[in-house]
Design a protein around this ligand. Sequence first.
Ligand code: MTE
Length: 313
Amino acid sequence: MFRTDPETPDAFRTPVEEVFIRNHLGRRPELDADSWSLTVEGLVERPLRLDFQALRGLPQTRFTAVHECFGNPLQPTVPTRAVTNLEWEGVPLAEVLALAGPRPEARHVWLEGADRGDFAGESDVSFLKDLPLEQARTEVVLAHRMNGEPLRPDHGHPVRAVAPRMFGTNSVKWLTRIVLAAERPEHLFTTRLYTRVLPGESEARPVREKDVSSKLLSLRDGSTVPAGVSELAGYAWSSTEVTAVEVAVDDADWQPAELDGRGPDPSWQRFRLRHDLAPGAHRIRCRATDSAGRVQPLTGDRNAVHEIAVVAV
Ligand code: MTE
């Protein structure tokens, strides 16, 4: 289910058929928009059950965001570089929470999908994630369209959560239940998996905000390319804006690449550097820095610099 270095198309918006699919619990649930409903329960003044039509009747939003898989939760430092950039359309979670009225004791929002199954030695579990209430209220969207079309079954039809600045694991597919609670849920996908200790910290924290990262896409790893001036290009992304990307060819110094700004949406940013490739074998690396000052490590973590090998002829 988790493979390393899947191919990412070199387009600003990733075609839906190229988007990776991550289903932890085996067979996906078959839901249809006509019978789907979402309950909002727990610490709320007005418990709710919304159907698809009611959800469509609420204010809608549309944005483009990076959709990135964290990787195998059993190997949290191994790079997978499964990344795409997608347009989403849906209802801000804040609209639904306003209807339900969170009680003052509510601190956390639990988001649960309709799929159940076995994973990592645990049986008949659901896919459950959680976020602090304030963060969920400002960041999460209940999406029903991806790249202008209704969500496909594998991507969470009819409605999924999207947490645009966070790793894909937080974007619960086939969303059917929201719970407001005073505590975080003790669960396979919240406290037992998808946690990590960040460099310089001692306590494990949940896998949420994306790391700073970049991927070279204009040339394919292992390919033969024409010798001469070539555009070394790709995309860089983070939970904040990327402020610099550098590219290094072979053992030469890092060179600053030209970098597009991010704009209002948390989408990825194009970088490019023209470079004269002499005939022969080359290794090309890219390294991004974000506005929080985070820099991709050279090795040892899931967002280590991306490196490709090409032969110029
Ligand atoms: N939601 C449910 N209900 N079940 C899942 O297995 N996988 C998560 C997340 N949401 C998952 C889920 C993970 S790990 C990722 S990376 C994204 O969905 C993948 O979304 P996609 O399959 O649409 O690309």
